[in-house]
Write a protein that binds this ligand. Structure first.
Ligand SMILES: NC(=O)c1ccc[n+]([C@@H]2O[C@H](COP(=O)([O-])OP(=O)(O)OC[C@H]3O[C@@H](n4cnc5c(N)ncnc54)[C@H](O)[C@@H]3O)[C@@H](O)[C@H]2O)c1
Length: 351
């Protein structure tokens, strides 16, 4: 039997497609370690009268989610998630977090013994009984496979342009670290592997909430000093969140790409910031703006703010995380965005 690893990508949005470009090229270059064909699950939809899978397989471009970039020809789009994962040794999960449970349900019992997974997904799962779960733990529990996390300051289009950037792989079981690094690292996409998987993933989820706050500050017409304050207070709440809920978390992880770097890039360049700015300027709802502005891409910040609030409220801890709480309430229009500045001025950091 071949010892070469078969790779499957579960998801094909903006980031999924940028990652497919990297992984598709890497497996070709390292064909002694990986099978050359990479199956990519594509949520089927019609684009300009053609199936998206057909477009990707014939034209080698995801014209809807990553237009303007060619995908390697060994990346094959598959519309059935079970078919895409069949026989895979490494499963790369990269889809909006709200769809993870549904996808895992379909994959349950269909995944290879001995397979491993890595999640590139930012967000939480809401748990029964008032808590939240990491997405990697949902994948692990549903499919019975280990699951690492890859996060970093990685706006998909810039990665697709091959601009230099960094990413962090959090891998509790370090035996998978070297193989995952080989699969993802290129000369422009540099990877650091660390053991603190939980903090890597929590940072990736929480920074999208802070990005919404940065967008509010921009929309209200404040400048860079205010945005830097939002970023700093957001970081303080991220650190505290890990201290309270994930006490094994290590502070050094915040200095990796998954921490401060991802927080900064997303508060300047990301879609959550952009939509939050428009939310202030237009008065439209987040849901309307997501439809109008993102052409099928999904926002992660507002749902993550909801998930975090769901837990904080249940634990009577909303006041300990005033920035996260205010951002959630503003997104839901329970609080007027003009009160955002009061939240910053009265933050416990200043009392
Ligand atoms: N885009 C980025 O720059 C970036 C960078 C790093 C991490 N991420 C993270 O990667 C994850 C995936 O984001 P993305 O940018 O690849 O996706 P996206 O938001 O660009 O695309 C949405 C995807 O969801 C799919 N979809 C729509 N309805 C669906 C359904 N009912 N069931 C299943 N899938 C459905 C669409 O086909 C599409 O592939 C997210 O957690 C995101 O936070 C994104």
């Amino acid at each position: 039997m071949s010892s070469k690893k078969r790779v499957c990508i579960v998801g094909s949005g903006n980031w999924g497609s940028a990652i497919a470009k990297i992984v598709g090229n890497n497996v070709m270059e390292k064909s002694d370690k990986f099978e050359k064909e990479v199956k990519m699950w594509v949520f089927e939809e019609m684009v300009n009268g053609r199936k998206l899978t057909e477009i990707i397989n014939q034209d080698h471009e995801n014209v809807k989610y990553l237009p303007g970039f060619k995908l390697p020809e060994n990346v094959v789009a598959i519309p059935d998630v079970k078919d895409s994962a069949e026989g895979a040794d490494i499963l790369i999960f990269v889809l909006p977090h709200q769809f993870v449970r549904g996808v895992c349900k379909q994959l349950k019992g269909k995944v290879n013994d001995g397979a491993t997974a890595v999640s590139l997904i930012k967000g939480f799962d809401v748990a029964e009984g008032g808590g939240i779960l990491l997405i990697s733990s949902v994948i692990r529990d549903q499919l019975g496979v280990p699951c690492a996390a890859l996060m970093g300051a990685n706006i998909a289009n810039e990665v697709a342009m091959e601009n230099y950037c960094e990413a962090t792989i959090g891998c509790k079981d370090m035996k998978y670290g070297p193989l995952l690094k080989e699969l993802f690292q290129t000369n422009y996409f540099r990877i650091v592997v660390i053991e603190d998987e939980t903090t890597v993933e929590v940072c990736g989820a929480l920074k999208n909430i802070v990005a919404v706050g940065a967008g509010f500050a921009d929309g209200l017409g404040y400048g860079d000093n205010t945005k830097a304050a939002v970023i700093r207070l957001g970081l303080m709440e991220m650190v505290k969140f890990c201290e309270v809920f994930y006490p094994e978390s290590q502070q050094g992880t915040f200095l990796e790409s998954c921490g401060v770097a991802d927080l900064v890039t997303t508060c300047y360049g990301g879609r959550n910031r952009r939509v939050a700015e428009a939310f202030v300027k237009t008065g439209k709802s987040i849901e309307e703006l997501e439809k109008e502005m993102l052409n099928g891409q999904k926002l992660q910040g507002p749902p993550t703010a909801f998930e975090v609030n769901y837990m904080l409220k249940n634990k009577n801890m909303e006041e300990r995380f005033p920035l996260f709480t205010a951002i959630h309430k503003i997104c839901k229009k329970e609080t007027d965005v003009k009160q955002f500045m009061d939240c910053l001025k009265n933050h416990p950091e200043h009392m």
